[in-house]
Ligand binder design. Structure first.
Ligand code: PA5
Length: 449
């Protein structure tokens, strides 16, 4: 079976092969730090062996819960934010028919909530659910995050109102901490089916736990194949050689580029199904590396769409960027461009060609142009978009992230910066326990007037 691979030849515009080669000893040390758990944040390394440790029984149990929800529900609302949302969203979007939201024959639909505090979003969600059989998967490791808690309160109330408490409890599955947090307590009291997020797996590394696997299974996808793909990559990324370990090479190359002044990495896709994969990747790298005044800023574009918006900047703006292109070798379906006898649009030179061939030329042409414009490029090559290769890709980026964070000299597994907005928000909303902060923030605001 093919596997995902990486091509870094087009980074030579900014860093020489010998520079990257010279980073091998350092990169190996960082790999060993991840593997042996000897670095900062080592109590959050549960994800490293997760694929090999997931048992067949655990997968069967998740699939059984998914079937139960599918049998009862036309719609399952998956509630969570950040790491408790993006992995499932990325995989479901990548594997779903692009128009599944508008089709009526595609089984249980999975929709998301709790990833924002949009009043209209929640109003419209409740309106959409009116008269539908629905269930809820509520995901929060801490069990205290405000955004998902608000969405859950609304949906729980609606379920209980329409079905009564007992039947509502049958349609709610919670994924949370084993012991701590409001969601754990509520689940125990209400008798919800629950799954545990292991203590040693942080949110952004949790897609291969029930956090990601349960919603993905409810959406009808093969979670065993996803885990097997990750397992294959777990094996591969133990290697200490660039030639056989793409995660090691990717981590080293992006740090070499950063040290050469490239401060922004753009993850590029040429398949719209990968849009949310970019969002997942942004969280993984942004929260892991952006700290202590350091870090590559992770951005993402969807091409060729964004060539008509961000293309100008990338080609010609400040030269502080590099690109990592997710290059998909084969598309799932064939669509051939027809000929036209009048050829008014001048497109007959494309007649008989597959759309994917045109897309591939857009990708190649863009890569060459960007290299000419001094934008180093890496390619992560994925044979196809399916469960197996997405599992490989997820683990590849996770492992590289751990290595890369250590190369950068940060703790890749904490996120102290995300607390700042919460403290202010709670102070502004006068949450009990925040009396001092409330007084301070009110004073600050009145001084600003
Ligand atoms: O990666 C992280 O730790 C965060 O993005 C969390 O996943 C996010 O804040 C949600 O937290 P919780 O699952 O505790 O509700």
């Amino acid at each position: 079976m093919k596997q995902i691979s990486i091509d870094i030849r087009d980074t030579r515009v900014s860093v020489s092969p010998s520079t990257i080669e010279g980073m091998l000893p350092e990169s190996r040390e960082c790999l060993a730090t991840v593997e042996n758990g000897t670095g900062a944040g080592n109590d959050f390394l549960g994800w490293v062996k997760l694929p090999e440790e997931i048992t067949a029984e655990a997968i069967a149990d998740i699939n059984a819960s998914a079937r139960k929800l599918q049998e009862k529900c036309e719609v399952v609302v998956c509630i969570g934010i950040g790491g408790s949302y993006l992995g499932a969203k990325a995989v479901i979007e990548a594997l779903s028919d692009s128009f599944s939201a508008y089709r009526h024959d595609t089984g249980t639909k999975v929709v998301f909530a709790g990833q924002n505090i949009g009043e209209d979003y929640l109003y419209e969600l409740l309106d959409y659910l009116n008269g539908k059989q629905f269930g809820v998967i509520v995901i929060s490791k801490s069990g205290t995050t405000t955004e998902p808690a608000i969405a859950f309160r609304l949906l729980k109330a609606r379920l209980e109102e329409t079905l009564g408490k007992k039947e509502a409890a049958e349609r709610i599955v919670a994924v949370t901490d084993a012991k701590r947090g409001a969601l754990r307590q509520m689940s125990d009291e209400e008798g919800y089916k629950t799954y545990v997020i292991p203590d040693n797996v942080g949110g952004r590394f949790s897609v291969l736990t029930p956090v990601g696997l349960l919603p993905i299974a409810v959406a009808g996808f093969d979670i065993e194949a996803l885990v097997n793909g990750a397992k294959a990559m777990e094996e591969i990324t133990r290697s200490e050689d660039y030639a056989t370990n793409p995660a090691l090479l990717y981590a080293a190359t992006r740090n070499a580029l950063y040290r050469a002044g490239k401060k922004i990495e753009i993850l590029v896709n040429y398949n719209p199904k990968l849009h949310y994969f970019g969002e997942w990747w942004k969280q993984l790298y942004g929260e892991s590396e952006g700290k202590d005044g350091k870090g590559i800023f992770p951005a993402a574009v969807d091409n060729s769409t964004d060539l008509h918006s961000m293309g100008q900047w990338i080609q010609d703006g400040e030269r502080i960027i590099f690109e990592t292109v997710i290059s998909v070798e084969t598309s799932a379906h064939e669509t051939v461009i027809p000929g036209d006898k009048d050829n008014l649009d001048g497109l007959n030179f494309l007649a008989g060609k597959r759309v994917d061939e045109v897309n591939k030329m857009a990708e190649l042409g863009t890569r060459l142009a960007h290299v000419d414009g001094n934008v180093p490029n890496m390619r992560v090559i994925i044979p196809a978009i399916n469960e197996h290769y997405l599992g490989e890709l997820i683990y590849f980026f996770e492992k590289a992230c751990g290595i890369s964070g250590y190369l950068l000299g940060v703790n890749p597994f904490n996120q102290p910066g995300v607390e700042a907005y919460k403290k202010n928000m709670f102070a502004l909303l006068a949450k009990p326990g925040y009396e001092k902060e409330t007084a301070e923030i009110r004073e600050r605001l009145s001084a600003e007037k």
